[in-house]
Design a binder for this molecule. Structure first.
Ligand code: G3H
Ligand code: 13P
Ligand code: NA
Ligand code: ZN
Length: 328
């Protein structure tokens, strides 16, 4: 059944677990997420970016998610729009039937330039007014995602601030967060606490507290009933990097956010954990391996089935680690 983000995360807060929010663009990702959820009895957040809508087309995307709900009626599914760059974008997603939208007013409408606080409040208020009138939840964002190690916003094209960020920009201010939530009434708030989008988060194996866990604690203490969201939460599995590079890829040494660090965040109020890159890496590794080892195969279903399997295993591992398993 379709469920709003608010409903789902209220339950998660009450029972102290986190929910991975996986990005979807195609059938294989959708199937991987749902099979994993069904196997582990987990509630689901699937999110579609502007890029996903461009790739699949809005009607296909919408029906992909509706098909998932139809085939897995026992699993609660939140259909979330990721990184909306304007209230108008959120409005279109509400019309498409999404049960949750992200209004990312931390960046201007170009999705690149850091925006000022007043702009962020203004556009987020507009999105909340529309969404709440329709029973749709809203995620806002305050602060700019960036790796505390490299100061980079992340190298994915199209998402996130461009270039170097200051240490202050990369850590959401707890006082400002409280003001922002009071002014906008968002259901969930994405915070900057040391993660960044994409595969290139850290250049060295992360040890100890690579995230600003104390900052998460402070924010949670100020706004305990606002669900915190951690973007850029891929762990960048070294096994899949090795497979990709063994079968013709050339991805440089790089590290993601350790699952244990995310679990620390979940202990302190993080409820939604955004993951896209990990499924991309697993998918690419599976295709490269299959085609390299089966040089006479040309039926796409053969290698696509391998991608589904690879992504499904990552989803299962995250549902289990975050305590989502058993909560559907
Ligand atoms: O936050 C960004 C997600 O990884 C979506 O990426 O815009 O390439 O679909 P995308
Ligand atoms: P990753 O690039 O770490 O998977 O983050 C995805 C994300 O935050 C989508 O909004
Ligand atoms: Na989002
Ligand atoms: Zn994001």
């Amino acid at each position: 059944a379709l469920i709003s983000l608010r409903q789902l995360l209220d339950h998660a807060a009450e029972h102290n677990y986190g929910v991975p929010a996986f990005n979807v663009n195609n059938l294989e990702q959708m199937r991987a997420i749902m099979e994993a959820a069904s196997k582990t009895d987990s509630p689901v957040i699937v999110q579609a970016s502007a890029g996903a809508r461009k790739y699949a087309g809005a009607p296909f995307l919408r029906h992909l998610i509706l098909a998932a709900i139809e085939e897995f009626p026992h699993i609660p599914v939140c259909m979330h729009q990721d990184h909306g760059t304007s209230p108008a974008v959120c409005q279109r997603s509400i019309q498409l039937g999404f049960s949750s939208v992200m209004m990312d007013g931390s960046l201007k409408e170009d999705g690149k330039t850091p925006a000022d606080y007043d702009y962020n409040v203004r556009v987020t208020q507009q999105a909340v007014a529309m969404a709440h009138a329709c029973g749709v939840s809203v995620e806002g964002e305050l602060g700019c995602l960036g790796s505390l190690e490299t100061g980079e916003a992340g190298e994915e094209d199209g998402v996130g601030a461009e270039g170097k960020l200051t240490h202050d920009q990369m850590l959401t201010d707890p006082e400002e967060a409280a003001e922002f939530v009071a002014a906008t009434k968002v259901d969930a708030l994405a915070i900057a606490c040391g993660t960044s989008h994409g595969a290139y988060k850290f250049t060295r194996p992360p040890t100890g507290d690579i995230l600003a866990i104390d900052r998460i604690k402070e924010i949670h203490a100020r706004i305990p009933s606002t669900h915190l969201v951690m973007h850029g939460s891929s762990s960048v599995p070294q096994e899949w990097l090795a497979v990709i590079n063994q079968f013709g890829g050339d991805i440089p040494e790089t590290y993601g956010v350790p699952v244990e660090q995310i679990c620390e965040g979940i202990k302190h109020g993080v409820r939604k954990v955004n993951i896209d890159t990990d499924l991309r890496l697993a998918s690419t590794g599976a295709v490269r391996k299959f085609l390299a080892e089966n040089t006479r195969e040309f039926d796409p279903r053969k290698f696509l089935a391998k991608t589904t399997e690879a992504m499904r295993d990552i989803c299962i591992a995250r549902y289990e680690a975050f305590g989502t398993a058993g909560q559907a």
